[in-house]
Design a protein around this ligand. Structure first.
Ligand code: NOJ
Ligand code: CA
Length: 513
């Protein structure tokens, strides 16, 4: 288990939209390098970058055409190597995005695989053995080449599924994970990991990690596959971190991932907090966090003491936090995000409350996700300081509102969301009880109009986090005496007997004992 994960706080960068330094309208590695000080200043000590490899960009780079070469629009492999080195100088670890489930149709493996003559890549993807048979429960590509078969898709039509085998097999073309083809696919993916880890990358966020072995109802085949990867990493790169896009920590952590995301899909009730008509963090008090809390505790129990469940502020696949949670509510949401166990993940721009840009035409397979991928807003200059390109050339149009938030405007304002994020990360780093592996006990579960309150504890330190998003006072019962407030937004709690009273729209962190 890499030690650096104990207090890692991640920042997610969508490279297209962070900072453009050569005026082509698209963000680049040099842009990221030049903002590493900004990221470090906020307190982040780890990064996750979305895929930056050669790609036709039918799905924003999640359709990889060459795992070993970065897309020229971002720079060169050497630039990425320099990015790793510059990040390391500042104490920042960097995760790349590994997309093991599928490639682009333009990948040379797929071109070879389409050929009717048997070759080294014939079994790299999942093919039926007749074009008239389609794989069950999956989309497929058929009639696209002279190979007689249909090729399974993993996501969009430009993303054929790599072949890691079938757990339950009912058709002759379905291979076992132990067959040569599937084993070669896994070897190839481990080679990709080896290549980037040797170059200085610190691990991977793994795309659709749950999707690899097919007909695998309890994920036993996929878990076994990841355990092989774990053995490989333990042997060759023990400090490398792995986080899964899976959303079921009881499975992913068993597979050897160190961390799993809580996601906007699956059973987590994550959306109840920030992304629904009545989110818990809205001051109307109609939202309900209790199902989330119940599910979270259940997952923690199943995940065991070593696994980290990571709660993101958002990501490139969901609407921006600021779409449903407004004004000071965002500060309460961040108090929660930055005081929970697991490594926090902040999506670029969320730290200044960037909005979801409504009504955009899809860019590079973004569809409704496009509005959450608009370029970072640095200052009040042209294109919010993102790029010197003509505005119409920007990768994605920016938030047109005249009062759109910017880093520049928030830097000097002690009450800004950005400074609050900085302050909360600093507190987290100063107090082991708030860090990734320390315990949590809920004392108020955020039912409608009720506070969300929880103890965070590690040897020698116990703290209470108490949040009341509701626009009126709210109380909960608590036996222990509240000590000093390490942090208070919107006023401090008062305690009489076993009742703690929280001011409207407030959040605080208190010493206990
Ligand atoms: C999940 C990624 O986060 C998303 O952006 C992508 O479209 C799909 N996986 C397919 O790779
Ligand atoms: Ca550029």
């Amino acid at each position: 288990m890499p030690k650096w994960l104990d207090n890692a706080v991640f920042y997610e960068i969508y490279p297209q939209s962070f900072l453009d330094t050569n005026a082509d309208g698209i963000g680049d590695f040099q842009g990221i390098i030049s903002k590493l000080d900004y990221i470090r200043e906020l307190g982040f000590n780890a990064l996750w970058m979305n895929p930056c490899f050669l790609s036709p960009f039918g799905d924003a780079g999640y359709d990889v055409a060459d795992y070993y070469t970065v897309a020229p629009r971002y720079g060169t492999n050497e630039d990425l190597k320099r990015l790793f080195a510059e990040a390391h100088k500042r104490g920042i670890h960097v995760l790349l995005d590994l997309v093991p489930g599928h490639t682009s149709v333009e990948h040379k493996w797929f071109r070879e695989s389409m050929k009717p003559e048997k070759n080294a890549y014939s079994d790299r993807y999942i093919w039926t053995d007749s074009v008239w048979e389609t794989p069950e429960n999956m989309g497929c590509l058929r009639g696209i080449s002279q190979r007689d078969g249909s090729c399974a898709l993993n996501f969009f039509s430009c993303q054929p599924a790599l072949n890691y085998g079938y757990y339950n097999r009912t058709r002759p073309w379905q291979q076992s994970p132990e067959d040569d083809g599937p084993r070669a696919t896994l070897e190839a993916m481990m080679d990709v990991m080896r290549f980037w880890l040797s170059m200085g990358c610190d691990g991977f966020r793994v795309d659709m990690a749950m999707s690899l072995v097919k007909n695998d109802p309890d994920s036993l085949g996929t878990i076994a596959l990841w355990q092989k990867v774990r053995t490989f990493l333990d042997r060759e790169f023990p400090e490398a971190a792995l986080i899964s896009e899976w959303g079921e920590p009881e499975k992913s952590l068993k597979g050897g991932f160190h961390m799993d995301f809580l996601l906007h899909f699956g059973p987590s009730h994550y959306n109840d907090l920030f992304r629904c008509q009545e989110p818990y963090f809205s001051d109307r008090g109609l939202g309900d966090a209790s199902a989330f809390v119940e599910k979270y505790l259940e997952s923690r129990k199943k995940a065991g003491k070593d696994g980290l469940i990571c709660i993101p502020s958002g990501n490139h696949d969901m609407h921006r936090l600021a779409r449903f949670v407004e004004g000071d509510e965002k500060k309460l949401a961040f108090t929660f995000l930055l005081t929970m166990p697991g490594a926090p993940f902040v999506y670029y721009g969320d730290e200044i409350g960037m909005g979801y840009v409504e009504g955009l035409t899809s860019v590079e397979g973004g569809y409704e996700r496009t509005g959450a991928r608009s370029p970072m807003q640095w200052d009040s200059s042209v294109n919010a300081g993102f790029s010197a390109a003509p505005t119409e050339k920007l990768y994605i149009a920016q938030d047109p509102s005249p009062d759109r938030p910017t880093v520049r405007a928030q830097v000097g304002d002690p009450d800004s969301l950005m400074n609050q994020v900085r302050h909360l990360i600093a507190l987290r780093q100063a107090h082991p009880a708030l860090q990734n592996r320390s315990g949590i006990t809920f004392v108020s579960n955020g039912a409608p109009k009720q506070p969300l309150a929880y103890e965070r504890e590690t040897e020698g330190e116990k703290l209470l986090v108490a949040i009341n998003p509701y626009r009126e006072e709210a109380a909960f019962s608590y036996r222990e005496a509240l000590g000093d407030a390490l942090y208070a937004f919107g006023g401090t709690a008062t305690q009489s007997g076993e009742t703690v009273m929280l001011p409207p729209v407030s959040a605080g962190i208190y010493r206990i004992g």
